[in-house]
Design a protein. Structure first.
Length: 288
């Protein structure tokens, strides 16, 4: 087996020698992979080294003041705002993608218009969403600087992302699955929800992870809609800051940089936890 592997490697090396372009591309791909891994590892290690020594019990106090610089109110606001945004955006985006892939006529102008609109919305800067949320949710609807204004603004931001990733996940499911289901007498609705959707779950969860990461790391849109008050609001109409906004405020003030790094560590751990949980759920669903 070892000789075979050596021969295979030798054959590849000989092919690269005969075709310098292929060898150059192979080296370029390898270097890109190594650079990406090194950069990510450096960022994670840098944040951990800077922030871990300053994670103290005071950072997790229920109330914020200038002495403890607690991140707990921001953490609670982040989790609640993420939950509200996903609760609205995920069903809407998934059902819209199901309509585009399974029910809409292929080649329809309406489908093309919806896709172009979704791609355009995905490229709009977050500050534009923040200004829209300020003018529409906070001013026109008179919700003010509130958790509800921030959640609905985030919902609009992540909706195109969830819709597009779900659409691609549904397209990746082979048509033979659908044909086999129809051949067994299942209807369109049963085929979609019992055959197609479970097969597309890993791709859908990948989109939800990306959307969650955008929610957790958003600052510009929330400053204009949810506000920067460092407290847990009594209801959805109250103002509050998320972890990303909390970290931005601390770093902009320049007085609590150590606590800002500690907040970054907590933010990083939350994202890693969400990724692990979604991967675990995807594996359980696929095996089931």
């Amino acid at each position: 087996m070892e000789i075979k592997n050596k021969q295979t490697f030798g054959q590849k090396l000989k092919a690269y020698t005969k075709r310098p372009g292929s060898g150059f591309l192979a080296v370029l791909v390898m270097l890109s992979t190594i650079i990406t891994f090194v950069v990510m590892a450096f960022l994670v290690v840098f944040i951990m080294v800077k922030g871990l020594p300053y994670i103290t019990p005071d950072l997790f106090s229920l109330t914020y003041n200038s002495e403890n610089v607690s991140l707990m109110p921001a953490l609670v606001n982040t989790l609640s705002m993420t939950g509200i945004s996903l609760l609205i955006a995920v069903p809407t985006g998934v059902f819209a993608a199901i309509f585009l892939v399974e029910y809409a006529k292929r080649g329809s102008k309406l489908v093309g218009l919806i896709r172009i609109t979704a791609e355009t919305l995905s490229g709009i800067p977050s500050i534009v969403y923040g200004l829209f949320g300020l003018l529409f949710f906070a001013t026109t609807l008179k919700w003010g600087y509130s958790m509800l204004s921030g959640s609905f603004t985030l919902m609009i931001m992540i909706l195109p992302l969830i819709m597009r990733t779900t659409e691609e996940a549904l397209k990746s499911v082979p048509d033979s699955y659908r044909e086999a289901s129809f051949g067994l007498g299942a209807g369109k609705l049963r085929t979609v929800f019992r055959i197609v959707l479970p097969s597309a779950i890993p791709g859908i969860l990948a989109g939800i992870i990306l959307a969650t990461g955008r929610i957790v790391g958003e600052t510009a849109a929330l400053i204009y809609t949810a506000g920067t008050v460092a407290q847990i609001p009594k209801n959805l109409m109250g103002s509050g800051r998320t972890l990303a906004v909390h970290m931005y405020v601390l770093s902009s003030e320049g007085l609590h940089m150590n606590q800002a790094y500690a907040t970054a560590v907590v933010l990083l751990l939350i994202v890693l936890g969400i990724n692990w949980l979604s991967g675990f759920i995807a594996k359980r669903i696929v095996k089931g």
